[in-house]
Design a protein around this ligand. Structure first.
Ligand SMILES: Cc1cc2nc3c(=O)[nH]c(=O)nc-3n(C[C@H](O)[C@H](O)[C@H](O)COP(=O)(O)OP(=O)(O)OC[C@H]3O[C@@H](n4cnc5c(N)ncnc54)[C@H](O)[C@@H]3O)c2cc1C
Length: 419
């Protein structure tokens, strides 16, 4: 069921963030149209690892991150890599990022992230129970597996920090008990930490079933409809010009992920987002297939076992809008997993994928009204956690638009912070 009347809200971008915004705005009784230059959920929200992980409170801006980035300039195989190129925006971004890589700011960002991660998890649980989306939602927790004793001791420090500062508690599993825990793991690994409150899902299935439900409720989705420019009057967006013609609405939500900084000038608001490129490869399930979604911190690789497949995902490359998928990156994912898993990586059809994560320099998303346009809202910059943060983001946007008090403090995520 769709409506032909002018929408109350146009959401630009149909990734997981745009879909979540459309959901909460529709639930608030508003007529919503979502437009996307590509297909619904077809960009970064498509082939990611699908962890909904409140344990991920630590931002990327940790002490030492900038040293890792500098070393990567000379190593094309580094999982975290800045590709050398001249870009004033990237240099400024890196400078701001580097200035936050200290314990105090890391913990401060972590506290803001924790608030929105926990709120999102509460919303996900409610939504999954009410809406019964077919998305392979699994409450198995997330397993961080360490190969070496050194890796185990280093990760134990992170785990202690999570417990002491954030109350996030994991079960430590020694190497000798690991195979019993997940028989897909090799003998001889050092151990693991199990974060039982994390969950996982299959992202493409969630996007498909959530957008289908919204269409049934009257939300209009327009694919291959690119926002090209804004027409403004009296401090408001009067209408938008798209590849399918001009459109108007009372309010607009910009949920354009890694593309968002392109709209900074038109929105009269700095949007310091860089593309953090990652890769995944999806294959048929190996035998034995891991029971748990897993992360291998020493190789920075994630494993997502699905009902009809199995995915390896990783890498963080700052290389601009680069859409190549180098074979060596895919091989690297498979080689990394082979250190941990008994099954050799399945042969047969491989689905290779890249996504551009929308990375902010302070590791926090950008959620709220733009400072200079009264009817434009940003919902972007979700870094490595867009799946995990989608529900609270959508809820915040609906609350802010309605002028209600918000379910968590929206201040730390405000676009105002970049003025
Ligand atoms: C390898 C990898 C693994 C990951 N794993 C996880 C994970 O396990 N858990 C987690 O929480 N997160 C994970 N992420 C991060 C997560 O995928 C992103 O944070 C999230 O997808 C961002 O969602 P989004 O809706 O903002 O962006 P997108 O999904 O990229 O959506 C933005 C949309 O805007 C559209 N758009 C842009 N410009 C315009 C325009 N001018 N007009 C119209 N449409 C436009 C685009 O076409 C796109 O569809 C991972 C990312 C990668 C790369």
């Amino acid at each position: 069921m769709t409506s032909s009347r002018q929408p109350d809200v146009i959401v630009v971008g149909s990734g997981i963030i745009g879909i979540a915004c459309a959901h909460y705005l529709n639930a608030a009784g508003l007529q919503v149209t979502v437009i996307d230059q590509g297909t619904i959920g077809g960009a970064c929200s498509y082939g990611n690892c699908g962890y909904i992980c409140p344990s991920h409170v630590m931002p990327l801006t940790e002490p030492g991150a900038i040293g890792t980035a500098l070393k990567s300039l000379f190593n094309p195989h580094a999982a975290f890599r800045v590709k050398p190129r001249f870009s004033p925006a990237l240099l400024k971004w890196m400078w701001q990022f580097a200035s936050r890589c200290n314990q105090r700011q890391m913990l401060a960002a972590g506290r803001h992230l924790q608030a929105i991660l926990d709120a999102s998890m509460r919303e996900y649980k409610r939504l999954i129970a009410e809406e019964r989306f077919q998305c392979e939602w699994k409450e198995t927790g997330l397993l961080y597996v360490l190969r070496t004793e050194h890796g185990m001791e280093e990760f134990a420090k992170t785990d202690r920090l999570l417990t002491d500062h954030f109350g996030v508690i994991a079960r430590r599993i020694e190497g000798r008990d690991l195979i019993q825990f997940d028989p897909a793991l090799k003998a001889g690994l050092a151990g693991a930490f199990h974060y039982a409150n994390d969950t996982s899902l299959r992202p493409d299935l969630l996007n498909a079933s959530w957008s289908k439900r919204l269409k049934e409720r009257g939300v209009t989705f327009l694919e291959r409809c690119e926002l090209q420019r804004l027409e403004k009057s009296n401090g408001r967006i009067a209408r938008i010009v798209t590849s399918q013609g001009a459109m108007t609405a009372d309010r607009f939500v910009i949920a354009t992920g890694a593309w968002s900084s392109r709209l900074s000038t038109e929105l009269e608001c700095p949007i310091p987002i860089e593309q953090g490129k990652g890769y995944s490869v999806t294959m048929s399930r190996p035998t034995p297939c891991p029971l748990y979604p897993m992360l291998f911190p020493e190789h920075r690789v994630g494993v997502s076992p699905f009902e009809q497949g199995y995915r390896l995902g990783s890498m963080m490359e700052f290389a601009g809008f680069d859409s190549s998928i180098p074979a060596h990156r895919i091989q690297q994912l498979r080689d990394s997993a082979s250190h941990y898993l008994t099954a050799s990586s399945p042969t047969g059809e491989l689905q290779t994928w890249y996504g551009w994560r929308p990375m902010t320099w302070d590791s926090l998303p950008i959620i709220g009204r733009t400072p200079r346009l009264a009817n434009a809202y940003l919902a972007t910059g979700h870094n490595m956690l867009g799946m995990s943060l989608a529900t609270a983001t959508g809820k915040l946007i609906a609350e802010l638009m309605a002028g209600q008090s918000t379910h968590i403090d929206a201040g730390p995520f405000s676009p105002q912070r970049f003025l």
